[in-house]
Write a protein that binds this ligand. Structure first.
Ligand code: CP
Ligand code: NVA
Length: 331
């Protein structure tokens, strides 16, 4: 049956079938080729979108803005300091108002319930630009990047996520891999395994049974063998900065190094990262933490800059995949 996503919100990949995810990926490949060829069909002409950000962003905000402008849509950006939402107006009222002005709403914030609530009340598609438990537009970009760099179908690809296995990226990867029949390993401290949401893991394992995916949670370095992708993310996500000392203690053994890349025994292994990344001491945060005695780098500069690293292709693909999500759901 033909896929039709018009009017749908994009809150988590768990809401989509593998065929629907395939459709968005194919559309993204196509839109990327068209942009490279200088073709803009302005399929969103006459539409307007609003971007709500309660956390900071470079890629996600710019991806939505450029993607919308490429296709002829108008864009409004609102951060938490410049709207009434949450402080003087409820999420429900905000959604009802914005749904009358706009054809689509992006939301980045803390609680997944907020993006779900916006979708419930807005009457127009709502797109999740990151919450504490998911980052679905990032996974779509990551899958596109894997298809460009790994000479295998997705259902034969093994992704090892090394680090804070209970963060938004780790869960988002579980959803993406489960849906696309991939092999995912959340590789991180054994002491974190108990903190994983058991209902979510059960749901993911249920999907994996249907798609042939393998979802593993492990602290054993033997899982690195055969990885096609080593994936890293910051050790302390936005809003968790106070926990840096504890995170450094717990996650330093999971820093991505040249030794870890070699342990995959795959000469073609790629390194991926959603970015932003601490890979040197050139940022104020990495520098300040180093002065306080904490090395917060989740990956070495050698790996980040190595031939294995595809992080900037991945960043570019945020734009092409977000464009695909908007065109598919709102176009
Ligand atoms: N990867 C990602 O979401 O980047 P930003 O925080 O810059 O949007
Ligand atoms: N886990 C990170 C992802 C940033 C794109 C965070 O939430 O800060």
């Amino acid at each position: 049956m033909a896929v039709n996503l018009k009017g749908r919100s994009f809150l988590t990949l768990m809401d989509f079938t593998p065929e629907e995810i395939r459709y968005m990926l194919d559309l993204a490949h196509d839109l990327k080729a068209k942009k490279r060829a200088g073709i803009h069909n302005e399929v969103l002409k006459g539409k307007n979108i609003v971007l709500l950000f309660e956390k900071t962003s470079t890629r996600t905000r710019c991806a939505f803005e450029v993607a919308a402008m490429d296709e002829g849509a108008g864009v409004t950006f609102l951060d938490s300091g410049s709207s009434q939402m949450g402080k003087k107006e409820t999420m429900e009222d905000t959604a009802k108002v914005l749904g009358r002005f706009y054809d689509g709403i992006e939301y980045r914030g803390f609680d997944q319930a907020v993006v779900e609530g916006l979708a419930k009340y807005a009457g127009v598609p709502v797109w999740n630009g990151l919450t504490d438990v998911d980052h679905p537009t990032q996974i779509l970009a990551d899958l596109l990047t894997i298809e460009e760099h790994v000479a295998k179908p997705l259902n034969r690809v093994k992704v090892v996520f090394s680090g804070d296995i209970r963060n938004n990226m780790s869960y988002a990867w579980m959803y993406g891999c489960a849906k696309m029949g991939m092999h995912y390993v959340a590789y991180g401290p054994a002491e974190l395994q108990d903190q994983l949401n058991k209902d979510v893991i059960a749901k993911v394992q249920e999907v994996a049974k249907e798609t042939g995916a393998v979802i593993e949670i492990s602290a054993d370095p033997a899982v690195l063998k055969g990885a096609d992708v080593i994936y890293a993310d910051v050790w302390a996500s936005m809003g968790e900065e106070a926990e840096i000392p504890e995170r450094v203690r717990m996650l330093t053994p999971f820093k991505v190094t040249e030794e870890m890349m070699a342990a995959t025994e795959n000469p073609d292994v790629i390194f991926m990262h959603c970015l932003p990344s601490f890979h040197d001491f050139e940022t104020t945060m990495a520098k300040t933490q180093k002065e306080a005695g904490y090395d917060i780098r989740e990956v070495t500069d050698e790996v980040f800059r190595s031939r294995h690293s595809v992080v900037f292709d991945e960043a570019e693909n945020r734009m092409h995949t977000i464009k695909a999500v908007m065109v598919a759901t709102m176009g």
